[in-house]
Design a protein around this ligand. Structure first.
Ligand SMILES: Cc1ncc(C[n+]2csc(CCOP(=O)(O)OP(=O)(O)O)c2C)c(N)n1
Ligand SMILES: [Mg+2]
Length: 310
């Protein structure tokens, strides 16, 4: 059942700088979850620390503001405890590509059904504009004393290498298109990444709206024959070269839209169900905690096989 986007708006005062791309992302999230008709009680937004992480206060859900870099492990725990929930990770480029990079890799490996929204402003917004892992080399934003001498991580390429099964890129100021991309990412069963380019008008004075608009284009507009969908292993062999070249493109031209969508890999939850019969029907969060007044998971039951008689 479709709902109104206002059903998802909390009463919290939205504290971002004027012109911040986060507003466009928040708007797209409201519209995506309302059009999908997700019950706020079954929606969980997990944020990292950063301006981006504040999304957890603004969207109605059973949300969790995690530690810096730890949004993915918290979201993993929530989703595996109760796979019936829709779990969205809202993290910055510092959070997901820097301190939390290892968790990003592990998520791809596992292919858990999570939607990762990467708020990609190429700076550490909350801590006043240091260079983030997605800032291209030789750019000098205003908080840097000299140009950045690190090469940038390409999040969509990293996601591909580690096993994400849905990879897209959006632009924070294009809320209509971003909303559609987020809807597809949430619908996808498996690890989904949406790399969302966003101007940071306060600290990134180089990668401005003008900078992005000179570069971004939608794959479906410029390359209508481009097909990101993988339905069989043969598809993969045939389409991988064109997909990889799209994922690698980040410079004078930056492609937006769904870049890769692999439906051949089973999500982690399906694997758990194979080794733990009944897992999906009765995941840990839905199990009775007691039987006849006795804790269901009694420590003696858990450890009885390992208990050794004194
Ligand atoms: C363990 C730890 N290290 C460092 C910090 C300081 N810190 C807070 S937010 C942040 C980076 C924020 O940048 P990003 O993740 O890109 O989010 P943005 O603010 O740009 O949305 C850092 C380094 C912290 N809170 N915790
Ligand atoms: Mg950032």
């Amino acid at each position: 059942m479709a709902r109104k986007w206002l059903d998802y708006k909390t009463d919290a005062w939205v504290q971002w700088c004027p012109g911040c791309g986060d507003f466009g992302i928040l708007n797209s999230i409201y519209r995506a979850v309302s059009e999908l008709g997700i019950d706020p009680e079954e929606l969980v937004v997990v944020g990292g620390i950063g301006c981006s992480g504040r999304t957890t206060y603004y969207v109605k859900g059973s949300n969790f503001h995690a530690l810096h870099g730890r949004a993915i492990p918290v979201a993993t725990g929530v989703k595996l405890a109760n796979p019936h929930l829709n779990v969205i990770v809202a993290g910055g480029d510092g959070d997901l590509m820097g301190i939390g990079g290892g968790h990003f890799v592990a998520l791809g490996r596992r292919n858990i059904d999570l939607t990762v929204l990467l708020y990609d402003n190429a700076v550490y917004g909350l801590t006043k504009g240091q260079a983030a892992p997605t800032l291209p080399a030789w750019i000098k934003t205003k908080a840097l004393s000299s140009p950045n001498i690190h090469d940038n991580i390409n999040p969509v390429m990293l996601a591909f290498a580690v096993g994400f099964t849905f990879i897209a890129r959006g632009y924070a100021y294009h809320t209509q298109q971003l909303k559609e991309i987020i809807k597809q990412a949430v619908r996808h069963k498996g690890a989904a990444l949406v790399d969302i380019l966003q101007p940071c008008p306060t600290y990134n004075n180089v990668m401005t709206n003008k900078w992005y608009e000179e570069r971004i284009y939608y794959v479906e507009d410029e390359d209508p024959g481009y097909d990101p969908m993988i339905r069989t292993p043969e598809d993969f062999a045939a389409k991988a070269p064109s997909i990889v070249s799209k994922l690698l493109e980040f410079g004078d031209k930056i492609p937006l839209g769904i870049l890769y969508w692999n439906q051949t890999r089973e999500p982690f939850e399906d694997r758990l169900d194979k080794i733990m019969p009944g897992y999906k029907e009765a995941p840990p969060a839905r199990r009775r905690l007691d039987v006849d007044g006795r804790p269901f998971l009694h420590p003696f039951d858990v450890f009885k096989d390992r208990l050794v008689a004194p």
